[in-house]
Design a protein around this ligand. Structure first.
Ligand SMILES: [Zn+2]
Length: 160
């Protein structure tokens, strides 16, 4: 259903794709996306904007909260199986990924969106600033011991 045909992209040069729906693998994840698929020889560049929201669980207090999504994607697809010498020919910008289509006729847009959302999620999921403050002390304890910090060991902050 959410697929873009590779030969359509080759024919038209650019194919635009709009998505407005749920990513069922993620909790209450609803996104809208405007994508552009551009033919570039052996490659197809997918770029665009994704916004929406989903439910995440706070790492600290375990409460569910709504996380907003609003980010750009830029990904390359290689039509054939990636050869080693492709790497030398192709300059990739920071954070860009190459997905091997391996001769497939379609690009799975749903999967592209799903993977992009997963990659865009924060490493540390925190429900809000208040939660952040409340657990600041215990988080410090979890950090690995850094000898450069030893100088601060004997400093006590007195609350008045
Ligand atoms: Zn929290």
């Amino acid at each position: 259903m959410y697929k873009v045909n590779v030969s359509d992209i080759e024919q038209d040069g650019i194919v635009n794709f709009k998505f407005n729906g749920d990513i069922n693998e993620l909790e209450n994840c609803h996104i809208e996306a405007e994508l552009e698929f551009k033919s570039m020889g052996d490659f197809i560049e997918a770029s665009g904007h994704i916004y929406g929201n989903l439910n995440l669980e706070c790492d600290r207090c375990l409460k569910k909260y709504i996380h907003k999504l609003d980010f750009e994607i830029n990904e390359m697809f290689a039509k054939k199986a990636l050869l080693e010498d492709y790497g030398a020919e192709l300059e990739l910008t920071d954070g860009q990924f190459i997905t091997d289509l391996n001769g497939a006729e379609d690009i799975d847009v749903y999967d592209l969106l799903y993977q992009s959302v997963i990659l865009a999620l924060p490493n540390k999921k925190v429900c809000g600033i208040n939660c952040n403050e409340g657990f600041f002390v215990s988080e410090q304890k979890l950090e690995t011991h850094d000898t450069r910090m030893d100088i601060f060991k004997n400093i006590k902050i007195e609350r008045k």
